[in-house]
Write a protein that binds this ligand. Structure first.
Ligand SMILES: Cc1ncc(COP(=O)(O)O)c(C=O)c1O
Length: 371
């Protein structure tokens, strides 16, 4: 295993510069109306974290707890399943074929594939989901239980993205990816519009003075970009958006340092499986290069400590789900980062617990039951 580079904080020199509209409001309104009409839709809870607020020396922390979203364990259904709906509807009309004649596919480290498989079952089409070498058997089985075919490929998440795209091209399948690249943007844009529902609910649920800071975890950057757009729309003044990544897969931080989107190499071996991405999403980067105030990288130990701290406050968060909280805790304890981010006893922080115990066996190992 590579040596852990450890905690880093990079302030974004381009924060606040005007940029293009990547997620138009009309698309968001369509996503919100569609998702709100699904059976079983209910806003997830926004929970107070008084213990972590006291320990980090800020006024208040609230976390949007996505562990119960549609019974799938993460926020991802908002994006993946919504994009399946959109894409299958359009393609069935174009080919004049029933949904049952269509196949959707994607790469996943667990949660997106589960969302796409669930969306395919709802839409009545077939799903083939590509998983890379280190996706845990527990996460792959959860996808298969929804009726999808699993194909395991060597390499990293980014290799699985390429394998899914190449197979889809050869077979005439629909790629429902949560990441975007030049020439492939419409489906991932729908995914991100769906994610905005999570931050929109949080803005509705938030009471009192608006949050001063939002810490949101980044894989390819899709959810961070969606949250950034939505908290800018939902709170005045807009909070500072801080993006948190694993130190071994910090492609968004590296892109901010470089001044343009760059990939990071290596095995991307982090326990934060949902964030183990080496290449930013094109659309996400177009948002985050201006909308993020800062980028943090955290080691795996910080995520585990945050999972335990959240469990002590009654919030079940998996390794990737706890990463935003881990970034806050690490930054609050680092005098230079604390000052640079303006964290103090008046700060009010919004976090997103983007997943519950999506790999229950691993969760039990990392967060021993108490009492
Ligand atoms: C639980 C969880 N949180 C956050 C993310 C990051 O999302 P994105 O890849 O859009 O940055 C993922 C991605 O799979 C995830 O599964």
């Amino acid at each position: 295993m590579e040596r852990s580079p450890g905690f880093r904080c990079f302030l974004n020199p381009r924060a606040g510069a005007p940029g293009m509209v990547v997620l138009p409001e009309a698309g968001f309104r369509r996503a919100r109306a569609a998702i709100a009409a699904w059976p079983g839709y209910a806003p997830t809870p926004l929970r107070d974290l008084p213990g972590i607020a006291a320990a980090t020396g800020v006024a208040a922390i609230r976390i949007k707890d996505e562990s119960g979203r549609f019974g799938l364990g993460s926020f991802k259904a908002l994006g993946g399943a919504y994009a399946v709906d959109m894409a299958v509807g359009a393609e069935a009309a174009r080919r004049a074929a029933p949904p049952a004649a269509l196949t959707v596919t994607c790469a996943t480290d667990g949660n997106h594939g589960r969302a796409v498989a669930w969306g395919a079952a709802r839409a009545g089409c077939r799903a083939v989901i590509f998983v890379h070498a280190t996706v845990s058997p527990g996460r792959a089985e959860a996808i298969a239980r929804l009726g999808a075919e699993i194909r395991r490929v060597p390499g990293t998440y980014d290799d699985a993205v390429r394998a899914a795209a190449a197979t889809a091209e050869a077979e005439g399948w629909i790629v429902v990816s949560d990441t975007s690249w030049p020439g492939y943007t419409e489906i991932p844009r729908a995914v991100m519009q769906g994610y905005r529902v999570m931050a929109d609910e949080a803005a509705d649920q938030w009471t009192g003075a608006p949050p001063s800071h939002v810490f949101i975890q980044g894989g390819v950057g899709g959810v961070a970009a969606a949250v950034a757009v939505q908290v800018h729309a939902g709170f005045a003044p807009a909070p500072s958006v801080v993006v948190v990544e694993p130190d071994r897969a910090a492609c968004l931080l590296a892109s901010a340092e470089a001044g343009h989107a760059v990939a990071v190499g290596g095995a991307l071996d982090t326990i934060m499986a949902g964030l183990a991405c080496g290449e930013p999403s094109l659309l996400a980067w177009q948002v985050l290069e201006r909308a993020a105030a800062a980028f943090l990288a955290i080691p795996d130990e910080a995520a585990v400590a945050a999972m335990r701290a959240l469990a002590a406050e009654g919030v079940e968060a998996g390794e990737s789900g706890a990463a935003g909280a881990a970034g806050l805790i690490a930054a609050a304890a680092d005098p230079a980062a604390r000052a640079a981010l303006g964290l103090n006893d008046r700060s009010r922080v919004l976090l997103f617990g983007t997943e519950g115990a999506t790999d229950p066996e691993l969760y039990r190992r990392l967060v021993p039951a108490r009492g």
